[in-house]
Design a protein around this ligand. Sequence first.
Ligand SMILES: [Zn+2]
Ligand SMILES: [Zn+2]
Length: 358
Amino acid sequence: MSQNPIHRNIALYVVLTTFCFLFCSARNIPEVSTAKATQTINVSNATWHNFARLVDVQVGSHVSGVSELKRYLNRFGYVTDDAINFSDEFDGHLESAISLYQQNLGLPITGRLDTSTVTLMSLPRCGVSDTHMIDTGVYTTARYTYFGGKPKWNRDTLTYAFSEIHKLDYLNSDDVKKAFRRSFGRWASVIPVTFEETDDYSSADLKIGFFSGDHGDGQPFDGVLGTLAHAFAPENGRLHLDAAETWVVDDDFKGKGSTVAVDLESVATHEIGHLLGLGHSSQESAVMYPSVRPRTKKVDLTVDDVAGILKLYGANPRLRLDSLTQSEDSLQNGAVSGRFLSGNFTGYVLLVVLILFL
Ligand SMILES: [Zn+2]
Ligand SMILES: [Zn+2]
């Protein structure tokens, strides 16, 4: 090659940058799951369905149901036990808590129970508290957060296993495993961590299971919708899904015929982010955003998700331009290679790598 390497690198940079921005600008509007919060879901048995009656309740008023809202905000870290006694009064503490919730969830900060706020509160969400978002305090353009102390795994291979006891009868276990392989693969494609499936649940680093109600870890599930799942920060490794949900795989929303069907792969991808050390993001399009809509698929990592995990683990050294067309061939036998990338995801990875390292 007679070409000067420096010139070749510059040319490559320009081409990649152009490609990334063209590619990503088309995907700034999230693929599926970021429908406007003002859209109301009509679900009769949703846990927080009754919040709808609280729209436009004013500060200083007493309205039945406000105490339940306070319990909700307490559950997710926005009010402390001793700050509010959970009366039905809309007091100043509640107004402050609502403002903080709106800030963390990327809503206009009004302190009011406007329609978009109440609708978002009514949606199902991850059971992990938003406390770490509040503790983060200062907001920059990045929306991702970490758990307190920024815990992470300090090894490059993590094993995962599914509980043989805590599983669903109505889902094929192979389908469940495939969904999780794809979810693990999205994270493994970015960071220098490989995930390996094992049958030995007791010794696996990451333990996955479906649980009902109070299952002994202090975070009881609440039935249909409400909290869908939770996972613990490193190096705990537990990932629990609410067995009461109508979980679906492969976009089979029609097959289940349920208004409360929840996409397993979407929730799995989110919860794996927690297992790795990411907290919740205030960017609605991010996989790590706390809320998710029923009958919606949201699996592609956004720039915010990728930037957050890259800063925790560094970039996958095997991430090369010639590895960006890998297919599901790299997902055989439960081993998820860091070389796996879906086509839709390529632009985001390249963009973040360019931003961080060039
Ligand atoms: Zn979460
Ligand atoms: Zn649990």
